[in-house]
Design a protein around this ligand. Sequence first.
Ligand code: DOR
Ligand code: ZN
Ligand code: ZN
Length: 399
Amino acid sequence: EILDGAGKYLLPGFVDLHTHLREPGREDTETIESGSAAAALGGYTAVFAMANTTPVADSVVVTDHVWRRGREIGLVDVYPVGAVTVGLAGKQLAEMGTMAAGEARVRMFSDDGHCVYDPLIMRRALEYANSLGVLIAQHAEEPRLTQGAVAHEGPNAARLGLAGWPRAAEESIVARDALLARDAGARVHICHASTAGTVELVKWAKGQGISITAEVTPHHLLLDDSRLETYDAVNKVNPPLREASDAEALRTALAEGVIDCVATDHAPHAEQDKCCEFAAARPGMLGLETALSVIVQTMVAPGLLDWRGVARVMSENPARIAGLDDQGRPIAVGEPANLVLIDPDSTWTVHGRELASISENTPFESMTLPARVSATILRGRITARDGKPEPRDEITGAF
Ligand code: DOR
Ligand code: ZN
Ligand code: ZN
């Protein structure tokens, strides 16, 4: 089979360290099947499915289910993220070792959406993870500073009467966890960095030789809290959209390598959970199908990253952070490859109802964005082409 690559770029398949696929528990908003299609269309060949499902992915039963379901669908490698604690934000460490030794070979743990808050639990979790050779990804949020908060604490929220989520809620946990990782001699990964202060702290920690990595979402690179004006809950997300100066600091940090990679925090939500009052709506935004275009718009177009850099922040670095040895690296001649073919010159207009996700909560609705995925290839097999997923042949089951 021949794909026409004239005028296009061929990159290693993208790796998303942070996706909410909602299965099990909220299959009305996304399933592993619909989310896999969205991932393939976005150019991804591996996604990490976050642990805040129902039931929580705090046991090998759930993590192996997610893994097997992903393999069955075969559009993208779905790596389950295990919960650090029993239940989210729990007080007891989950059986990370059992999940790591299961069929899914879980290599990343988080309580995403619920900070691993207690410092003693975090310290023990880092030590345990270090002994297992797995990674802890931290949703950095000091919950006592964010109770009731719905938007970034700043002039915009104040004017609109929205309760504020201070930068310190994120930064205090980033600083704490960098120090805990130092003391434990362990690695820590910071989810969705959203402030200029987090950038400074990560830079400082790296300078100290601490094993810290960080991701940034496309929405925190492109959008800021000036969007709150309309009170449209599609703009509600955790951590919240910050100020334009934060977004600028995040773009610079990604360009300079202080922030290692892009992760979507793809967070599907039902219409009824997003159409209500801002304060009552659930936080989260779709991201898988728009990530590349937003990175081209925010990073490539202004000259902050070249295409080599896109491969680094969307494929190679996340693959390295998660310890995937079959992603984001040069491949030998004849070896089945994970690839994404990109048309850099085409543009498209985003419409939530046209996305493969079951949910429609894209903050980029009606925006015209650059670059499209022409095809995604998983181990040599086309998984998406020209805007349509290509499910595996049911009869042969061939990859
Ligand atoms: O906006 C968010 N949505 N932030 C989180 O941390 C969790 C996520 C979700 O699960 O919807
Ligand atoms: Zn989170
Ligand atoms: Zn998340």
